[in-house]
Design a protein around this ligand. Structure first.
Ligand code: SF4
Length: 344
């Protein structure tokens, strides 16, 4: 893979001129790098910025994160999705407190042993915060490397990932591993774009990129066909009474675990709504493997009684206490209208 040997100097030069200014880059403590890397998994930089700022304002140290009450943590994460990331962050923070005496570990294997930290995150934190020369291979990096070297192996297979990771390890500049990893990710995020649309004219590797030379860019990276998403039709009940709405907590395990939701059920449309209910609107939400198509009904409750584990929440509590996932975002206007007009 000669292309990877040629890459470091042009890539680092390009990165130093073109790197986006990001808050975790200006103060790359291990805690900052780790929190930002976890937030950036499955989420775009622009969406992460404000969450990152609020998160660090509320929880400036690993000890604060370890001690944060669950509902507060979920509230800080509300809307960012993939909530198990937040739970694992806290689990790992507690590991840092208990197993590492409150100091973030500084070697790769110890970092890799933290909850929610895989090869990629361990590589990113080790190299950026501690200058350890290990690669951090995410989807962006796999795309860049497979194109640069015209590699047609399936990048979702562990053997391919391992081989590309090893090739990067063998060729990465020992004097700047953190910048090099970030530069590769940055190139993938801003220049070597997915779906056959890279901006090769702006790429520091254009002079020696094998896929550009061979005309194979739109075939790379090679991935198996995606499975179709399962579609679930759900009925959502917006149960209101005197300026409050009923919420229930989702189970501790599985999708959106432990978050609060408007009661809903899997049911083919039209749904079996009885009594005084008004059709409120439709919404949908796309998860990785599934899509929810929801119809909401507003139900005026005749009594305060709720099943066990459910709660009544007013506007303030909905905004500040209970984390309702953005899957229900389509109904937030409707809920707001009913709570505002519902009498106090
Ligand atoms: S030349 Fe084009 S395809 Fe090759 S690495 Fe650069 S942006 Fe990607």
């Amino acid at each position: 893979m000669n292309e990877l040997e040629e890459l470091p100097i042009p890539l680092l030069t390009w990165y130093r001129e073109n790197a986006r200014v990001l808050p975790w880059r200006s103060d790359p403590t291990p805690y900052h790098v780790w929190v930002s890397e976890i937030m950036l998994q499955q989420t775009r930089v622009a969406a992460v910025l404000e969450y990152y700022r609020r998160f660090l304002e509320a929880l400036p140290t690993v000890a604060d994160l370890a001690a944060c009450p669950e509902d507060e943590l979920m509230k800080l994460w509300q809307g960012l999705g993939y909530y198990s990331r937040a739970r694992n962050l806290q689990k790992a923070a507690r590991q840092v407190m208990e197993e590492f005496g409150g100091t973030f570990p500084s070697d790769y294997d110890a970092i890799r042993s933290l909850a929610g930290v895989g090869d990629y995150t361990a590589g990113a934190v080790s190299s950026i915060a501690f200058g350890i020369p290990v690669p951090a291979v995410d989807g962006n990096v796999l795309r860049v490397v497979s194109r640069l070297t015209d590699d047609h192996r399936d990048v979702t297979r562990p053997e391919t990932k391992n081989a590309l990771r090893q090739a990067l390890l063998d060729t990465m500049p020992r004097f700047a591993p953190g910048d090099y990893n970030q530069a590769l990710m940055e190139l993938g995020a801003t220049v070597c774009l997915p779906n056959g649309a890279p901006l090769c004219g702006r790429c520091p590797a254009a002079g020696f990129c094998a896929a550009l030379r061979e005309g194979t860019i739109d075939q790379l990276p090679v991935k198996p066909k995606k499975k179709e998403r399962r579609i679930e039709e759900r009925t959502v009940y917006l149960i209101v009474r005197m300026g409050k709405i009923a919420l229930r907590r989702r189970p501790e395990k599985g999708l959106l675990a432990g978050l609060w939701e408007y009661p809903n059920e899997l049911s083919p449309w039209p749904p079996p709504v009885e009594g005084a209910a008004a059709f409120g609107g439709e919404g949908k939400h796309i998860f990785t493997h599934m899509e929810w198509r929801m119809r909401a009904y507003v139900v005026e409750a005749g009594t305060d009684a709720l099943p066990e584990g459910w709660v009544w929440a007013d506007r303030t509590e909905l905004a500040g206490v209970y984390a309702v996932p953005s899957a229900f975002q389509s109904f937030s206007h409707l809920v707001e209208e009913h709570l505002a007009g519902g009498g106090q």
